[in-house]
Design a protein around this ligand. Structure first.
Ligand code: TRP
Length: 339
């Protein structure tokens, strides 16, 4: 009997910018879920440093944070032997394809991107062309790897839609070239809200440091931040429409412990907010302790991280180079070396 050909794994690509602190929102909402995909998919995870310079960066900080972001990926469970982990600027194909895609993207389309509108308000003194074309670079990140699926947060879905439009347009002109990717928001991903104002998303750019918890915050800080989390009127640990604070804390507790909200409510029946907030803090700190330890070990070994970067770059270039070559041929560039 013939052996069944092994089914080809689907490809996943995602990225995060090395722009500093990653919060438990990034962890529970994104990175931790990436780790759940690594067995079943061919995964590419990128540190998007090209995207980071759309806002002004201190060069030494950007470089250091690129190493740190790679270390965080691994500390959060991405196995460098099972995933392709790489740095965007080390794979020049990203910038090359982005330029080509720029020429297949309309000014009007880019003008409608809400992230562009938000960021140009926030950085009114530096509305540069890169900020405007940011989504075509992101499209290049995705299309170079022929990614089938792109796990992202809700805020990035508009960029994925644009990527699909660009890919479809290109395919219609030149014949099948790009896989048209799908964005997806992993179901397990909790949407983590600010601890200071639970109607807002938890964000590292919040000026109030009590609003967020970093993946790398030491244990006592984690516990202290949860202890001072804003709660709602009333005193029962029970979800409710008018209880954004408790809803958020229950969601975080469940995300860290794997318990259901019903279990959590039962566990804290008859107990007050104080006890519950202490328990959430402990649960978060327990989960983050091993990540922080692993992160410290990895960042102390720059040589190891650099070896991984090289390995990731080579794997990424193998795939990206093939796609770029095909695109350049279709567009009509003269090519002297075959692929
Ligand atoms: N723009 C994404 C963010 O800020 C990061 C990113 C860059 C990305 N390239 C990507 C995400 C490709 C998914 C796929 O969160």
């Amino acid at each position: 009997m013939n052996a069944q050909p092994e089914e080809k794994k689907k490809t996943i690509l995602s990225a995060a910018q090395p722009s500093g602190i990653l919060t438990i929102g990034n962890y529970l909402g994104a990175i931790r879920n990436w780790a759940l995909l690594q067995e079943r998919y061919d995964c590419y995870f990128c540190v998007a440093d090209l995207h980071a310079i759309t806002v002004r960066q201190v060069p030494a900080d950007l470089r250091r944070r690129t190493y740190e972001t790679l270390a965080i990926y691994i500390a959060c469970g991405l196995d460098p032997e099972k995933n392709h982990l790489f740095v965007q600027s080390q794979v020049p194909e990203h910038a090359q394809l982005a330029w080509i895609l720029d020429c297949y993207t309309q000014f009007g389309e880019l003008s409608r991107m809400t992230q562009f509108k938000d960021k140009s308000q926030k950085h009114a003194d530096n509305i540069n062309a890169g900020l405007f074309t940011y989504p075509t670079l992101m499209a290049a990140d995705i299309l170079l790897y022929q990614a089938d699926l792109v796990p992202v947060g809700q805020d990035q879905m508009q960029h994925i839609e644009l990527t699909r439009d660009i890919a479809t347009r290109f395919n219609n002109i030149y014949g099948p070239t790009f896989t048209v990717p799908e964005g997806f928001i992993p179901k397990t991903g909790a949407r983590v809200m600010s601890l200071a104002d639970p109607t807002k998303k938890m964000s590292k750019s919040d000026e109030n440091p009590r609003a967020w918890v970093s993946i790398l915050d030491p244990r006592d800080v984690v516990i202290k931040k949860f202890r001072s989390a804003v709660t709602d009127s009333g005193c029962e640990v029970r979800r409710g429409e008018d209880k954004p604070g408790i809803n958020n804390l229950i969601a975080i507790y469940c995300a860290f412990t794997g318990k259901t909200p019903e279990d959590a409510e039962k566990e804290f029946e008859g107990k007050g907010y104080g006890d519950f907030k202490a328990a959430v803090g402990e649960a978060a700190a327990d989960a983050l302790d091993p990540i922080r330890t692993e992160y410290a070990r990895l960042t102390a070994d720059k040589g190891y991280l650099e070896a991984l970067m090289k390995q990731g770059k080579e794997a990424a270039q193998r795939r990206a180079g093939r796609t770029l070559f095909k695109v350049m041929r279709k567009v009509g560039f003269a090519q002297t070396d075959g692929k």
